[in-house]
Write a protein that binds this ligand. Sequence first.
Ligand SMILES: Cc1cc2nc3c(=O)[nH]c(=O)nc-3n(C[C@H](O)[C@H](O)[C@H](O)COP(=O)(O)O)c2cc1C
Length: 176
Amino acid sequence: MKILVLNGSPHVNGATADMVSAFRKGAEEAGNEVIVIQAAHKNIRGCLACEYCHEKEKGVCVQKDDMQEIYPEILSADMVVFASPIYYFTFSAQLQALIHRTYAIGVPENVKKTALIMSSGDKFVYAAAITEYFQGIVEYWGVENTGIFTANGDENKSEKKRQELYRFGRSLQEEK
Ligand SMILES: Cc1cc2nc3c(=O)[nH]c(=O)nc-3n(C[C@H](O)[C@H](O)[C@H](O)COP(=O)(O)O)c2cc1C
């Protein structure tokens, strides 16, 4: 299975990235191809709501920034994992911008599974992000949620979380 991870943290060695690495290790060992995109280090502008993608060239975004290299990765993925630190009780702006820009391509028909990985300082700060994930991704895309993983405070960069994410990745068997 081709798994695309969209990490919205600007910290390439941060707490979110730590969970993503453990997930990646397990998923690759299980025979999957894993591609990680550091969304915060890409040039991804906000959606202009110009409707070019619906009215002029269907499925094509008028903005020629780094989303042009990300669209084919989303469209060819079997699974998309959203990963983000919690900023003001939701996803980082960088991940939000990427999600908004999928407006151009609509529902990616090849994607069958998703998962969510989040890091935060405090507990009980995930409600808005989880609502967005379920309504905007799982239900709107019509895909299977395979898991939601969170780490807060001392759990960040902990061996316990690494094991949890590794096991999750390892459980995703290559589909023939
Ligand atoms: C702009 C900003 C907003 C944040 N907002 C929250 C918040 O609302 N709740 C929370 O628990 N932590 C918040 N945090 C803390 C981060 O979620 C936390 O440090 C996280 O582990 C960072 O992950 P990273 O190392 O992958 O970037 C915020 C951090 C920043 C920089």
